[in-house]
Design a protein around this ligand. Structure first.
Ligand SMILES: Nc1nc2c(c(=O)[nH]1)N[C@H]1C(S)=C(S)[C@@H](COP(=O)(O)OP(=O)(O)OC[C@H]3O[C@@H](n4cnc5c(=O)[nH]c(N)nc54)[C@H](O)[C@@H]3O)O[C@H]1N2
Ligand SMILES: Nc1nc2c(c(=O)[nH]1)N[C@H]1C(S)=C(S)[C@@H](COP(=O)(O)OP(=O)(O)OC[C@H]3O[C@@H](n4cnc5c(=O)[nH]c(N)nc54)[C@H](O)[C@@H]3O)O[C@H]1N2
Ligand code: SF4
Ligand SMILES: [Mo]
Length: 703
């Protein structure tokens, strides 16, 4: 048979590069970048290129599995799809009957496309509880910017700007296909580059201004930028007068964050702060690129998101060409997290109000994001505020991904019933009652619109799933039918057509076209005469937040564990620890078993300044104990001169290939899941205290 080349979208990570896939005899033979794709322009990374290794991996789960005798601890045995769905359907219905629909939670890891279909399922089932790590991912950016200006500042106009500000963001590792082409286009045309990062990433090293910040002090720095810009009269007066509210109060609030005061907090020289802020304000235009992991994993993540939105606003870059764009996905209310699917929107108000977390985080009722895992855990372990008894996890290795792994494991052991959907066995699936094998992205049709600016793309199925793996949309359809749920989709085609209704095409029509785009619109507030906020203006001082007990101005909170807030702890744990900077070859804890990828990055590496390492008598490449107040993990020292001598960085996601790896090399064994951001429930995993210990000879890891 001849080789056939099919166009699709890679979903090995959120970049979702355009790809051309060669298929022969029903199997994938090769993958390369699609030069016509408007973001990736032919780029692919090692993860995408490893797609054959992933799909045809000998360890891929290809049959549903259930515990023998239904006991939580017994071994798994293969069961038919019918049997597996029977077990799940019975347990979910039992839970609803006994404890109410809200006792059933579905969770997904970082978005891998299933949000609309899971949300719709929960809507018809009656539960408001869709859980995801949004609170430690893009959620705080969404909430903070929407609360300030009514849209989300996640679409910087890199290619058209005169100044790129990468704030806690290293797209070279984390979003190469989506952003690098545009960033490099902007830089080639002469844009200035400012990078706020404790580590010297490649972009930081070549930046015009690299501010090597102490982890967790970003709000102080952002307020200092605001102060310098206002003090030097570099703000956009006409925009501020016409389109903002509370400028004077902001001015007063920011005035205490002088560069000199900020130097003490952030460890960045005052002069550097001043120069960078002036550069940003003087560049006409400038855009903020907020890192979703970097900006969103702190006890003041909401305030940081507000401060960055304000920075964009007072310099006249909000919604304008070369600034932070306001984009509408062509699928509108039926986009990936669109309100047409969300139980927050579709369930009766009194049921929607039961959504976990709303009692403590009231703003999330108005700007909904999925339930934070940390608000679901107490419902499982303590029945608070009500019991959660059944959990379904799709594409989520919570034991390794979420902070405080020991607690997460306990939660999964406690919940009455738990099913997992994953390609491979993980420390999370190990605790499930039933495991279902999903189709890979290349084995399913879908619609891609999350963070795709004004575009929607067709992700075309290129091969049939490896037997007996099943498209997760079909799994939900089959389950809904078994449970006799009214109002769910009857076929994948119907589900995809529903997503595409706003563009007036069916999926089979769209498949051939591949992409649909709306024209980019600038300064939408001018056409509408307002921003979509309570005051109709950009809420520099957001009076309305006070009714929910939230500060109307962005506040800097010293991380709970830090050289300044916990000096006693500092005696035992003298270094600042930040975690989870992205590694191009892996997606979180995924891909760890893929030989070509594992070879490139076999061990967790602790980036530590050579002077600090030498002072501690640690050699480059030596295995050490990384210790926090919560325990220790094994990690390998790597000398890295571009990090502050008092700061170290540890990657997340390691577990594979080591016996009890979730305990021994998974950084989340020693991260913390409190205190949470009081508005968004974000977790403090970017700024902790630690120490590095030499191993005793007999403890040297045999890795
Ligand atoms: N310390 C620390 N921890 C962090 C972070 C950090 O910066 N520092 N970052 C956090 C962030 S931002 C996030 S979003 C979370 C992510 O957390 P998760 O999304 O849970 O990420 P993974 O660990 O990759 O687990 C995903 C699982 O999904 C499976 N999978 C992949 N694709 C599919 C699919 O299409 N369908 C199905 N059913 N399964 C699939 C993979 O095999 C893998 O086992 O991690 C968080 N954890
Ligand atoms: N290859 C790969 N790509 C990914 C992922 C992955 O696991 N692997 N995960 C995806 C997901 S779900 C997410 S949410 C995004 C995250 O996307 P980003 O947030 O852009 O993540 P990074 O590229 O790691 O950039 C974060 C940067 O913040 C720096 N940093 C650490 N602590 C601080 C701090 O306190 N302040 C400041 N200013 N900077 C700090 C780190 O050194 C790092 O360089 O990445 C996505 N892309
Ligand atoms: S960056 Fe790599 S993994 Fe991500 S979509 Fe592109 S090719 Fe796939
Ligand atoms: Mo994320």
């Amino acid at each position: 048979m001849n080789v056939k080349t099919i166009k699709s979208i890679c979903f090995e990570c959120h970049s979702r590069c355009g790809v051309l896939i060669d298929v022969k005899d029903g199997k994938i033979e090769g993958i390369k970048g699609d030069k016509d794709h408007p973001f990736s322009h032919g780029y692919t990374c090692p993860k995408g290129r490893a797609c054959m290794e992933i799909i045809y991996h000998p360890d891929r789960i290809t049959q549903p599995l259930a515990r023998i005798n239904g006991k939580k601890s017994g071994p798994f045995e293969p069961v038919s799809w019918d049997k597996a769905l029977d077990i799940i359907s019975t347990r979910l219905l039992e839970s609803r009957e006994k404890w109410g629909a809200e006792s059933v939670v579905f969770g997904s890891g970082t978005t891998r496309g299933m949000a609309p279909y899971l949300n719709r399922f929960l809507s018809v089932f009656g539960s408001p509880n869709f859980m995801a790590p949004s609170n430690m991912s893009g959620g705080p950016i969404v909430v903070g910017s929407a609360a300030t200006c009514g849209f989300t500042i996640v679409d910087p106009d890199y290619a058209e700007t005169k100044c790129i500000l990468l704030w806690a963001h290293n797209p070279e590792a984390s979003w190469p296909g989506l952003y690098l082409h545009d960033i490099n286009t902007g830089l080639k045309k002469g844009a200035k580059l400012i990078v706020i990062d404790p580590r010297g990433t490649n972009y930081a090293r070549k930046a015009d201004h690299w501010l090597q910040i102490r982890p967790g002090t970003d709000v102080a720095l952002a307020l200092s930028f605001i102060h310098v810009i206002i003090e030097n009269n570099l703000y956009d007066k006409s925009f501020v007068d016409t389109w903002t509210t509370g400028f004077d109060r902001l001015k007063e609030h920011a005035s205490t964050f002088t560069p000199e005061a900020c130097e003490k907090i952030t460890w960045i020289p005052a002069e550097k702060i001043k120069q960078a802020a002036i550069c940003f304000a003087k560049s006409k235009t400038a855009c903020v690129g907020p890192g979703m992991g970097g900006v969103c994993q702190a006890n003041d993540a909401f305030d940081l998101s507000r401060a960055l939105t304000i920075l964009s606003a007072i310099t006249g870059n909000l919604g304008s060409k070369g600034g932070n764009l306001q984009c509408t996905p062509p699928t509108r209310k039926r986009n990936c997290y669109g309100p047409d699917y969300s139980p927050s929107n579709t369930l009766p108000k009194d049921v929607a109000k039961k959504k976990l977390g709303l009692d403590t985080y009231p703003l999330l009722e108005f700007i909904p994001i999925p339930c934070a895992p940390q608000t679901v855990w107490p419902a499982i372990t303590d029945g608070k505020p009500y019991p959660v008894k059944a959990l379904g996890l799709f594409a989520n290795n919570s034991v390794c991904a979420y902070p405080n792994s020991k607690r997460v494991r306990k939660v999964l052991q406690t919940v009455d019933f738990f099913f997992a959907v994953d390609y491979f066995h993980t420390p999370t699936t190990e605790l499930a009652d039933v495991i279902l094998p999903p189709a890979h992205w290349s084995e399913r049709d879908d619609v891609e619109d999350l963070l795709m600016k004004n575009h929607v793309f067709a992700q075309n199925k290129v091969v049939d799933p490896v037997p007996e793996c099943r498209d997760e949309k079909q799994i939900m359809i089959d389950l809904a039918q078994k449970m006799k749920l009214d109002g769910y989709f009857n076929s994948i085609e119907e589900a995809l057509n529903h997503r595409l209704e706003p563009i007036g095409m069916t999926f089979s029509q769209f498949k051939d076209v591949g992409r649909y785009s709306l024209p980019l619109e600038y300064n939408i507030h001018e056409k509408k005469g307002k921003f979509k906020t309570p005051s109709g203006k950009v809420e520099l001082y957001a009076e309305y937040l006070t009714t929910m007990g939230i500060s109307p101005l962005p506040v800097f909170r010293e991380p709970a564990e830090s050289p300044f807030s916990s000096p006693e702890l500092l005696k035992e744990f003298p270094l600042v620890l930040t975690t989870g900077g992205r590694n191009i070859v892996y997606y979180h804890s995924s891909h760890r078993n893929i030989p070509s990828l594992k070879k490139r990055s076999p061990d967790p590496l602790l980036q530590i300044h050579p002077d600090t390492a030498k002072f501690l008598d640690l050699e480059d490449g030596e295995w050490v104990n990384l210790v926090t107040p919560r325990g220790q993990v094994d990690i390998k020292v790597t000398y890295f001169a571009d990090v502050h001598p008092k700061v170290v960085h540890a990657p997340h996601g390691y577990w594979y290939g080591v016996d009890e790896g979730w305990k021994k090399i998974n950084i989340n064994m020693i991260t913390n899941d409190e205190p949470l951001c009081p508005v968004t429930a974000s977790v403090p995993i970017k700024a902790l205290l630690c120490r590095v210990e030499k191993k005793q000879k007999e403890d040297i890891c045999a890795q």
